[in-house]
Design a protein around this ligand. Structure first.
Ligand SMILES: NC(=O)c1ccc[n+]([C@@H]2O[C@H](COP(=O)([O-])OP(=O)(O)OC[C@H]3O[C@@H](n4cnc5c(N)ncnc54)[C@H](O)[C@@H]3O)[C@@H](O)[C@H]2O)c1
Ligand SMILES: [Zn+2]
Length: 367
């Protein structure tokens, strides 16, 4: 395929480029053979990109299964609705699903594919920055429950990932920023050079109308490679992969207390601030680390101060219900400095005292 970058992760190809959607037919065939295809997407993405994908499959009547957009639909209810509809449509073990959309569609479709007729292949076609550089990479699929996000799921690797950066052209700025939070995270946990690049391209990344094609492609390519590299070295989260959890322990707590009104990326930005401050207070992170991260988050339009109406003790309590807490003991993935994570000898999990987390939260309160 012209001008596409290809990476491999667990035997599946990850294609990155502009305009891939229109010419992905041969790639789909190569990855899936002659399987019957079905598109799963949401009602925002369907009218924007659904026809383009259907046309590329060579059959404009490729069936489409559409969920309402939004995190509140990443549920077992949507899972059961889609599986019933697939069964009603007579799709058998010779079929494959194309997940066209953001992380919600990708996680849900992946979980449907993992379980439908005991498992059929699927392809990730991410259309948000967050889904391109994070959710579509690594094989985690699942749905949310009353008790928390992503608590029911499976590891199921996509047969192929197609990240067409042209789809970012219709993405609202606020959603682009959402993805940039994970980009900042990747840079902090794994790449000082990328931290510097993000810093020097912040204005371009957040300009009106979005970044240029070249910049968007460069961003996605680098961050897919950063995440894929960590995942390849630790597929099932025995150690290294936990570094990707930086910002997410406190971030998830704030996200759930906000009843998902704050975007995931905004919560991760706040989580990174609190956790970096906690790392400094605990003598793990070098002095000035949190301020350095704050400057980049501000430059790309992400928040750095926790809104005052959040309660410190409620956040602390919520961190304990995070699924990554072990027997109620919360372990944090903490940076020592930009590009270097602490705790390699402890599988990158560091317990922190409540006092330290409290002090870090208080220091991150909005004025
Ligand atoms: N599996 C993983 O490893 C992993 C990693 C990170 C996040 N996630 C999950 O990803 C989800 C968040 O993903 P997200 O931020 O992509 O959210 P999302 O899927 O809800 O997409 C955000 C919004 O953008 C819209 N949209 C998508 N593509 C668009 C486009 N090209 N143009 C215009 N609008 C578009 C969607 O309809 C939605 O309203 C969460 O559920 C999170 O748990 C999973
Ligand atoms: Zn995240």
């Amino acid at each position: 395929m012209n001008s596409a970058t290809a990476l491999d992760l667990h035997g599946s190809r990850i294609l990155i480029g502009t305009g891939l959607l229109d010419r992905c037919g041969p790639e789909l065939q190569r990855a899936l053979g002659t399987r019957r295809l079905a598109i799963v997407t949401d009602d925002t993405v369907a009218p924007l990109w659904g026809d383009r994908l259907a046309a590329a499959t060579g059959d404009a009547t490729t069936p489409r299964f559409i969920i309402p957009a939004g995190e509140t639909n990443k549920t077992r209810k949507s899972w059961s609705r889609i599986t019933d509809e697939l069964l009603d449509a007579g799709l058998g073990r010779d079929s494959a699903l194309l997940a066209l959309g953001g992380g919600v569609v990708g996680d849900l479709t992946g979980f449907v594919a993992a379980t439908y007729l005991r498992g059929i292949p699927f392809v990730q076609i991410p259309t948000t920055l967050l889904a391109m550089i994070d959710a579509s990479i690594g094989g985690k699929t699942g749905v949310d429950t009353r008790a928390g996000k992503n608590l029911v799921g499976a590891f199921h690797h996509p047969a192929l990932v197609i990240a067409d950066t042209a789809t970012l052209g219709t993405l609202p700025a606020v959603q682009l920023r959402n993805g940039l939070a994970e980009a900042v995270k990747h840079a902090v946990v794994a790449s000082p050079a990328e931290f510097t690049w993000l810093d020097s391209h912040a204005a371009e990344l957040t300009q009106d109308g979005g970044p240029s094609t070249a910049v968007a492609e460069r961003l996605v390519r680098t961050h897919v490679a950063l995440k894929a590299d960590v995942v390849a070295r630790d597929e099932r989260e025995g150690g290294l992969r936990k570094i990707l959890n930086f910002g997410h322990t406190v971030g998830h707590a704030i996200e759930s207390l906000s009843h998902y009104e704050l975007l995931h990326g905004e919560c991760v930005a706040l989580g990174m601030m609190v956790e970096a401050r906690a790392a400094e207070l605990a003598g793990i992170g070098e002095a000035g680390l949190a301020d350095t991260i704050a400057a980049l988050l501000t430059a790309v339009g992400l928040p750095t101060a926790v809104p005052r109406h959040f309660d410190v003790d409620a956040i602390l309590a919520a961190t304990r219900t995070d699924k990554k807490a072990r027997e109620g003991r919360v372990e944090y993935a903490l940076p020592a400095r930009i590009g270097v994570m602490a705790g390699a000898d402890r599988a990158y999990g560091t317990p922190l005292s409540d006092d330290v987390v409290r002090a870090a939260l208080s220091a991150t309160w909005s004025a």
